[in-house]
Design a protein around this ligand. Structure first.
Ligand code: PEP
Ligand code: MN
Length: 338
């Protein structure tokens, strides 16, 4: 449940409520809005009766959160969350584009792609150094060497870095290099991994599992938030369906639905959803029109030679074209790119 404090509640009153709740065994998450403070209390609500919360000075209302996800719910945080990271604001007016290769393949490939996507208006560089591949015989990533190339690209271009973490043991090392930690679709319900990234002071980009419902996805976000990391960016990347012309089916309905249910920023990855580069720009534009806060798009300097996901990667020229079209869609939506 949440305890909505009134306008005049000062720090002492807020603290007094928190102390009572903690004594009754509740876990506390305080959110200070522009207007008022909201105290999120998670625990056994049958113990509420003993506290007499509504009679405490400064308490305006006590509201139950009916959804199983609490901290991720819009009831807990009415305004949309804006995640501030390295000068960027994700969930604000700007639509941020994270672009780059599926996998980091070489220093040259990463540096070249970084220059291209930066010039076209991307603000974040993507690239996997640890790759979740369906086959153990496919290229698995350059690991720490790849992270070093990404960090070098950041130093040269000023782009932020998002890269995937697949394993609990690799979290500290990846967190040393990356600005945003990506949890891949296959790991959305890897609860040990969710708990581990919850302890890191870096935003987490949480991809939707290929067969996860919106509720399961928000519950995965709840794992990260309840562990102390509130900076979660949700990423729709396509779900399994009977359709097999595309790699997955892009569920764009998830964008307005998640924004209604949750305050967290939502971005869209049309590349993994569709699997075919030709259709990526159309769905990127549709995603921005649907209210997405950003995009994750695969770009490769030479897609036919890519070690991973070449068929869905945009060439530099196609990426440039998509970005200039996206600027117009963003403007029509009262937003901007860059
Ligand atoms: C990726 O972004 O490189 C990736 C592996 O995506 P997903 O987890 O959505 O399949
Ligand atoms: Mn990929």
């Amino acid at each position: 449940m949440i305890i909505i404090m009134d306008h005049h509640a000062d720090d002492d009153k807020i603290e007094a409520v928190i102390i009572r709740l903690k004594k009754a065994g509740f876990q506390i998450h305080l959110s200070r809005g522009v207007e008022r403070a909201i105290i999120g209390a998670i625990g056994d609500k049958t113990r509420l009766g003993d506290i007499g919360l509504e009679a405490l000075p400064g308490v305006e209302r006590v509201v139950p959160i009916l959804q199983p996800y609490k901290l991720a719910s819009r009831t807990f945080h009415e305004e949309g969350t804006v995640i501030k990271i390295g000068g960027l604001q994700i969930g604000g007016d700007a639509v941020h584009v994270a672009a780059g290769p599926c996998a980091v393949e070489s220093r040259e490939q990463v540096l070249e792609t970084a220059e291209i996507v930066k010039k076209a208006g991307a603000t974040i560089l993507r690239g996997g150094a640890f790759k979740p591949r369906s086959s153990p015989y496919s290229f698995q990533g350059l690991e720490e060497e790849g992270l070093k190339f990404l960090a070098e690209a950041r130093d040269l271009t000023g782009l932020l870095i998002v890269t995937e973490v697949m394993d609990v043991r690799a979290v500290p090392m990846i967190a040393d290099y990356a600005d945003i930690l990506q949890i891949g679709a296959r790991n959305m319900q890897n609860f040990s991994l969710l708990r581990e990234v919850a302890k890191v002071d870096k935003p987490v980009l949480l991809k939707r599992g290929p067969s996860a419902t919106v509720e399961e996805w928000l519950m995965a976000a709840e794992y990260i938030m309840s562990g102390g990391n509130y900076n979660v960016i949700l990423c729709e990347r396509g779900i399994k369906s009977f359709e097999n012309y595309t790699r997955n089916t892009l569920d764009l309905t998830a964008v307005p639905i998640v924004k209604y249910l949750s305050h967290l920023p939502v971005i869209v990855d049309p590349s993994h959803a569709i699997g075919k580069w030709r259709f990526v720009p159309s769905m990127a534009k549709a995603a921005v029109a649907a209210g997405a806060d950003g995009l994750l798009v695969e770009v490769h300097p030479n897609p036919p030679e890519a070690l991973c996901d070449g068929p869905q990667s945009l060439t530099p020229a196609n990426f440039m074209k998509m970005m200039s079209e996206l600027k117009q869609v963003a403007a029509a939506m009262g937003r901007r790119i860059l």
